[in-house]
Design a binder for this molecule. Structure first.
Ligand SMILES: *[C@@H]1O[C@H](CO)[C@@H](O)[C@H](O)[C@H]1NC(C)=O
Ligand SMILES: *[C@@H]1O[C@H](CO)[C@@H](O)[C@H](O)[C@H]1NC(C)=O
Length: 307
């Protein structure tokens, strides 16, 4: 092949590889059937983007907590089941199996919040697969719940927030690094690789809202406050914003900053209210009961004195 012909082919290959790298953040998860991952499978052999390549997970130490975290990261509520021999249902796969002894807590949101070990001796027949429930993770949202409507991978897409019964998009006006990092941390990642840079999202027609004043150390979007001369100002502004200016985001996971990643329910302050409610409620009940008994005794004593 002449050099003139080889050059365009070379640049085509370059641009193709650039496309496949887009959105493969560290610890990105996808499911594969017969070696093919489409992004739309709800069940399949688990693949994790690890050290620059897609890897399978060895079945040693794998269980339902780990399967749940994987499904949660993919945007589903939980795993219906998992198997220790993906090859039986999902065919062959030529990716290496580098991760073993993955161990998660039930409030983890991202596979790299879990502990794991690197292996070079796990046979492909021991790869795990999961089948996720078809219920999206945001079916029962709390106030200021965040979600990403994925474009290519779960970690990148349009950012949306649940406010008073509706999912709103966010306006990019005033949305910067602090807001993007806070959103990614709330979602279980450690930082935002990019924001407002994904142009292939289709428009939506809902409300938009604007957030500002999140610092790079804020963990929940609900905790963003502006500080004007020491006075705390509301962080959210209702404005009219074109959907062309909707925030899109790409989150990533830096294992050195693991502790920064949010966990399940960490930003659900209504959940905290509910917990406080279940503690305060019985205490008030008990106090009321004691007061009633006390008043009853006073009343009886009063009557006995008068007789
Ligand atoms: C996984 O854990 C088991 C049991 O603790 C251990 O024997 C094995 O060496 C570990 N595997 C890897 C790859 O670290
Ligand atoms: C696992 O769950 C899926 C639904 O998510 C179901 O279709 C499949 O039959 C289940 N497999 C087993 C072995 O229970």
């Amino acid at each position: 092949m002449s050099r003139l012909k080889a050059l365009p082919l070379f640049s085509l290959l370059l641009s193709l590889s650039a496309v496949t790298v887009l959105g493969q953040s560290n610890g990105e998860v996808r499911l594969a059937v017969n070696g093919l991952a489409t992004g739309s499978y709800t069940s399949g052999r688990v693949q994790v983007y690890y050290k620059g390549q897609w890897s399978n997970i060895c079945n040693t130490g794998f269980g339902s907590y780990e399967a749940n975290v994987i499904c949660h990261q993919l945007g589903y509520d939980s795993a219906d089941n998992h198997s220790f021999a993906a090859v039986d249902s999902y065919g062959i796969d030529d990716h290496p199996t580098l991760l073993a002894n993955v161990s998660c807590a039930n409030n983890n949101l991202h596979i790299f919040q879990c502990s794991y070990e690197e292996t070079f001796s796990c046979d492909d027949r021991n790869d795990v697969s999961v089948a996720c429930s078809s219920t999206p993770v945001w079916t029962d949202p709390h106030q200021e719940h965040l979600r990403i409507i994925p474009s290519r991978y779960p970690s990148m897409g349009r950012l949306e927030i649940y406010l008073s019964g509706d999912w709103d998009t966010l306006c990019d006006n005033g949305f910067g690094e602090g807001e993007a990092n806070t959103a990614c941390r709330q979602l279980g990642y450690t930082y935002a690789l990019k924001y407002n840079h994904i142009s292939d999202m289709e428009g939506v027609h809902g409300r938009t809202t604007q957030y500002t004043c999140c610092s790079s150390s804020t963990d929940c979007i609900d905790s963003c406050y502006c500080n004007d001369d020491g006075a705390k100002r509301r962080k959210r502004i209702d404005i009219i914003c074109s959907h062309d200016d909707d925030v899109t985001i790409e989150c990533d996971f830096d294992e050195k900053e693991k502790e920064d990643a949010g966990t399940r329910d960490e930003c659900d302050f209504t959940h905290l209210d509910k917990i406080i409610g279940t503690i305060i409620g019985p205490i008030f009940g008990a106090i009321a009961f004691i007061v009633i008994i006390f008043l009853l005794l006073l009343f009886l004593r009063h009557r006995m004195k008068n007789e």
